[in-house]
Design a protein around this ligand. Structure first.
Ligand SMILES: [Mn+2]
Length: 325
């Protein structure tokens, strides 16, 4: 039976994920039934998969999402059920994957490009494997590379429009209907090859309203610890673009490992200088990622924000001491 319909599942929080969806939107043109966004932790991935339970005879593209060590079996078994209803699964990712996860996923996927890739981000993999004849996809993929390989806002190569749209994407990393709607418009904008326009300005003005408050929280929660030749800096805000927040932490604390925690979902975004493998910390704390850019999410037991931040910081410092101390 022909597979005419398609569903896109991509990473919600960064430009690479949005760029993958934009490229696929161009490639698949009128056949896209749904675009869903998620983040790479099992709870969110499972809840996203539950949105396509009834799907049949379709192709599901999953991009810029990895499987982590502790949770892949539940995700793969949910996808196995989807696959058994004559759906194809095509998964393109560039983050590290557990070996056993790759093995089991291979059995139920029609295209699987995964595992750590030091040269290409997910949008570049989508371009190279699915839409090579589309020059706009090539441009989108090149832009995603700049944002995804930890090129910080102060680097000249990263132009202002790209920083601005990345801030918009991080700001929209919510599941409410308004955010979903704005994000869909943003994907359509990127699919036209544009990082600018009315929709970007609209989201950016919302983001700007929240920025001052977020930066103030970042500054008051900033802490650091020395671990031999390393300094780890940590700070919290409700929501800021991760590279930007980590650059601020680095500036304030001179840390070569920066941990930015988003308090709205307690996800931590870890960045580090060349030669410092901070993904060891993320992996120890149940997360995943590249040596210079990774992430994890800790559960919080204290309902009071101030106490929760203290608890979170202590847990990160404790793990960091064990690894780098
Ligand atoms: Mn990526």
């Amino acid at each position: 039976m022909a597979h005419e319909k398609s569903v896109i599942i991509s990473h919600r929080r960064d430009f690479d994920g949005i760029a993958c969806a934009a490229e696929l939107l161009r490639l698949l043109d009128g056949s896209v039934e749904k675009i869903l966004f998620t983040n790479p932790n099992s709870a969110e991935i499972l809840s996203t998969i539950s949105c396509i339970k009834g799907l049949k005879d379709s192709v599901i593209y999953i991009t810029d999402i990895s499987l982590s060590d502790d949770s892949y079996s539940s995700v793969i078994s949910a996808l196995g059920e989807i696959h058994s209803k004559n759906n194809q699964i095509k998964w393109l990712d560039h983050h590290p994957w557990p070996e056993d996860g790759i093995k089991s996923m291979k059995e139920i996927s029609d295209m699987l490009i995964c595992g750590e890739n030091k040269e290409y981000c997910a949008a570049e993999l989508v371009y190279a494997n699915l839409c090579r004849n589309d020059d706009t996809c090539k441009t989108i993929a090149r832009l995603a590379h700049l944002t995804d390989f930890n090129i910080r806002p102060e680097d000249k190569e990263l132009d202002a429009d790209l920083v601005k749209i990345s801030q918009c994407i991080a700001f929209l990393d919510n599941t409410d209907a308004d955010s979903e709607k704005l994000r869909k418009s943003l994907v359509e904008n990127v699919a036209m090859g544009s990082l600018k326009g009315k929709i970007v300005d609209e989201i950016y003005s919302q983001y700007k309203k929240s920025e001052a408050k977020n930066i103030a929280l970042l500054e008051t929660t900033m802490g650091s610890i020395r671990l031999g030749k390393y300094v780890l800096g940590i700070a919290f805000a409700e929501n800021l673009q991760s590279n930007m927040a980590c650059a601020m932490i680095k500036k304030e604390t001179s840390a070569n490992i920066q941990v930015f925690v988003t308090t709205k979902d307690w996800s931590a975004h870890v960045r580090s200088d060349d030669g410092v493998d901070s993904s060891l910390l993320s992996k120890r704390l149940g997360g995943n990622g590249h040596p210079q850019a990774s992430g994890f999410t800790l559960k919080i037991s204290n309902p009071k924000m101030e106490e929760a931040i203290k608890e979170y910081t202590e847990n990160v410092f404790k793990a960091a001491k064990e690894i780098f101390g």
